[in-house]
Design a protein around this ligand. Structure first.
Ligand SMILES: Nc1ncnc2c1ncn2[C@@H]1O[C@H](COP(=O)(O)OP(=O)(O)OP(=O)(O)O)[C@@H](O)[C@H]1O
Length: 320
């Protein structure tokens, strides 16, 4: 057994508070398995970025260090933890692990991890060596922001839904009653009516395509977004490629039809859907649109974003 120590970043608010409720049981399991760890709690939104960045500064950049940063929460918590680790690139990156106890847990789905926390924890603590998975990188030149994403970078409809759901008063009530997904459905209808099509330019290699009526623009690293929706069914975390799906604004009936095709993974052949696979993608949107990164809000903004692919070590053995 490899002796690994875990630096746990716990987001008790993930999964509408599920992570906090489960933590005593997770702690018991860690003790039963004699796992060595330190734990810190995310005290406010985005705190996990700072926590993992500060932790990484203390760990020597050596091949033989035995720390793993374990994010306990949802995709947002993993996103923040891995971005904190990447603030100062290292020759020997600290492996990251993720216990999926959030709402969507799309990275766990994409990696083929167990979605029940006990099995997922076993896949982490019985792991003996890191697995290298692809991660997306982005460089947005207008606001001069760069970083990474494990799942996807979305502009338009998906990002609008997240922004709307987070602002809605109903979300607080629905989350309290464990009906968080209903708030996303309500927001989806609202955003559909308010979201006009926007102009998008896609540059891939020598190709340049202009869409005057784009509606959903998602660049993904694995199949899933929005809590298990298979937007790019062929994507894998090891294909060293990004998968871009552009959907032009459909009328309401077409939207329902597309939704149905999406459920049966038949949407990519629809006329309103455009699909690219590439290692580098450049997108420009000269209008204020919402953006999302791994389910975290990027805000309303213009976009001139270069998206690429990199690799990072993850501490999980999905064969267990
Ligand atoms: N102490 C805190 N108080 C309020 N929000 C917090 C706190 N700590 C972290 N957060 C925020 O909680 C948000 C949700 O976390 P996360 O995405 O991990 O869970 P989720 O949304 O339930 O899961 P998923 O993204 O998988 O659907 C993140 O945006 C994070 O910044």
């Amino acid at each position: 057994m490899v002796s690994v120590q875990y630096y746990i970043i716990l987001n008790e608010h993930a999964g509408s508070g599920r992570a906090g409720t489960l933590w005593p049981q997770i702690k018991e399991q860690l003790a039963a398995d004699q796992v060595t760890y330190q734990v810190v709690t995310s005290e406010y939104p985005n705190h996990a970025i700072l926590l993992s960045e500060q932790f990484a500064k203390q760990v020597p950049d050596q091949a033989n260090q035995n720390w793993v940063v374990l994010a306990i929460g949802g995709d947002g918590t993993l996103h923040q933890a891995i971005n904190g680790l990447n603030q100062h690139p290292r020759q020997h990156p600290i492996p990251v692990a993720y216990l999926p106890v959030g709402s969507g847990n799309d990275f766990a789905r994409g990696a083929g991890m167990a979605l029940d926390w006990q099995t997922a924890l076993t896949q982490i603590i019985r792991c003996t060596h890191p697995t290298t998975y692809d991660i997306g990188t982005y460089n947005e030149t207008i606001k001069q922001e760069r970083g990474i994403f494990t799942n996807n970078l979305g502009i338009g409809f998906d990002a609008g839904i997240i922004a709307q759901a987070n602002q809605s008063k109903a979300k607080v009530w629905l989350n309290k009653h464990h009906l968080g997904s209903l708030s996303y459905l309500a927001s989806a209808l609202d955003v559909y009516y308010n979201q006009t099509g926007f102009t998008l330019t896609v540059h891939v290699g020598q190709q340049r395509d202009i869409y005057p009526n784009a509606f959903l623009v998602t660049t993904t690293n694995h199949p899933y977004f929005g809590g298990g929706v298979g937007i790019a069914p062929n994507a894998t975390l090891t294909d060293h490629r990004l998968h871009l799906v552009v959907i032009e604004k459909p009328n309401f009936f077409k939207l329902l039809w597309l939704g149905l095709r999406l459920v049966f993974k038949r949407h990519l052949t629809s006329k309103a859907v455009h699909y690219y696979q590439a290692a580098n993608i450049h997108l420009t949107v000269p209008a204020i649109e919402y953006g999302q990164l791994d389910g975290e809000e990027m805000g309303g903004r213009f976009f001139d974003v270069y998206i690429g692919i990199d690799q990072y070590p993850f501490w999980v053995d999905v064969t267990i």
